[in-house]
Design a protein around this ligand. Structure first.
Ligand SMILES: Nc1ncnc2c1ncn2[C@@H]1O[C@H](COP(=O)(O)OP(=O)(O)OP(=O)(O)O)[C@@H](O)[C@H]1O
Ligand SMILES: [Mg+2]
Length: 385
């Protein structure tokens, strides 16, 4: 299963023996990856931006133009997006003070056990208290093709953008890049494949995201079918952890298959927004997918069902769907053939084209309810782009 359990550590240490000691402690394990050892405090901010470590370890006694605790302050002043552990000696006590950017302290001598424990505790604590932890990933999935995933994912992302600070939509339909077609994006527009593979920084994101006129940012799928295979589960892991640092809401438009890549997207999402319709194939496949999710170990609460075209049951008893999934679907979106087709043809979200239409109201409600599930309910911000 994909995971971002490995902690990426950056060490700032100008005493070679200490750096060597820490390297030695980290050599025999895989839960912490040492990205680099920097000896010069003036280069650290730049490396943090490039390497995106999860934790930085700084020697309080660092010498040079920028001293240890000065550096800690600089990291905090630069936005404090990474927790810092200060290394010190008993003669030079330092107190933990998250306000001052000191999230943990390690006094020498320490064992490998102390080091690993402190790194893991500081990272966990920081993620649960910072905005990184409050970023939410919504995977828009369906057990059957053509039920409205791309249409709803696009409009949901725009609706979340109106409620949230920043929203990004990922075209996870990697082979056919549904959003490229919907939004009429030029063939040479950058895609997920243009993200550098080792050093991924926020600045790289700016060059790779498509800024849609609807106001949201979009990470496009590769431009050609055969290129989909070049995206690995590791890329998915990296992309999501990077996007989580920058965006409040991340929406993924997925394809209807349970491949390794799709499982990576699903594993890493907070909520699976599963689109169903009133037709017998969808109902049949929904049960199969629910079984698969149970076997993978997803709790039932990870999935929220959205009945699309909920007003056109096409002769199917809505009770059939409820019995099949064992509960009443949480959300519904009505049909609107004219508005949806017109907006899709223009590559425009219908929630902006006609905000008062019942289907747009349904999407707005879906967006607020999804945020509310995660305790993030907000009122729309007037005049947001
Ligand atoms: N609520 C709705 N009312 C009317 N038409 C809809 C609605 N939802 C989706 N559609 C239409 O259904 C068709 C399929 O939608 P869409 O491409 O979004 O599905 P998909 O699940 O992403 O398909 P795929 O499996 O190919 O990725 C589109 O023509 C769209 O206009
Ligand atoms: Mg699609």
């Amino acid at each position: 299963m994909a995971s971002s359990d490995q902690t990426r550590l950056l060490l700032v240490e100008d005493v070679p023996q200490v750096a060597q000691y820490i390297r030695g402690l980290l050599n025999s394990q895989s839960s912490v990856k040492l990205l680099d050892v920097l000896t010069d405090g003036t280069k650290v901010l730049q490396h943090i931006a490039e390497l995106r470590p999860d934790v930085v370890l700084v020697d309080a006694l660092l010498q040079g133009r920028v001293k240890g605790l000065q550096l800690v302050q600089q990291i905090r002043d630069a936005g404090g997006r990474v927790p810092v552990i200060v290394l010190t000696v008993p003669q030079n006590p330092v107190d933990v003070d998250p306000e001052a950017g000191i999230h943990g302290v390690l006094a020498m001598p320490f064992s490998g056990f102390d080091l690993m424990n402190r790194i893991s505790a500081v990272r966990k604590e920081f993620e649960s208290s910072s905005t990184v932890g409050s970023s939410k990933v919504f995977a828009v999935f369906a057990p059957k093709g053509g039920v409205g995933k791309t249409t709803l994912a696009f409009n949901l992302a725009v609706a979340l953008g109106q409620l949230e600070q920043r929203t990004v939509l990922i075209d996870g339909s990697l082979q056919f890049g549904d959003l490229r077609a919907l939004l009429k994006v030029p063939v040479d527009a950058p895609s997920i494949l243009d993200l550098p593979t080792d050093r991924v920084a926020e600045s790289d994101l700016q060059d790779v995201l498509w800024r849609d006129p609807s106001g949201i940012d979009i990470l496009l799928a590769p431009p050609r079918v055969e290129m989909a295979e070049m995206v690995t589960t590791r890329d998915v892991d990296k992309v999501l952890s990077l996007l989580r640092r920058v965006y409040g809401s991340i929406v993924i438009d997925m394809s209807s298959v349970l491949t390794d890549i799709n499982l990576a997207f699903l594993d890493l999402s907070d909520t699976i927004v599963e689109i169903v319709t009133y037709d017998s194939t969808t109902i049949h496949n929904t049960v199969a997918v629910a079984d698969a999710f149970r076997m993978i170990g997803y709790p039932a609460s990870k999935v929220r069902y959205v009945v699309n075209r909920a007003d056109s049951s096409g002769g199917i008893d809505p009770g059939d769907l409820e019995r099949a999934i064992g509960r009443v679907p949480e959300h519904r979106v009505v049909s609107d053939g004219v508005l949806v087709v017109q907006s899709n043809n223009q590559g425009m979200p219908f929630v902006l084209a006609d905000p008062a239409a019942p289907i747009s109201q349904d999407i707005g409600r879906l967006a607020s309810e999804l945020l509310a599930v995660h305790g993030m309910g907000r009122t729309p911000v007037a005049g947001r782009r």
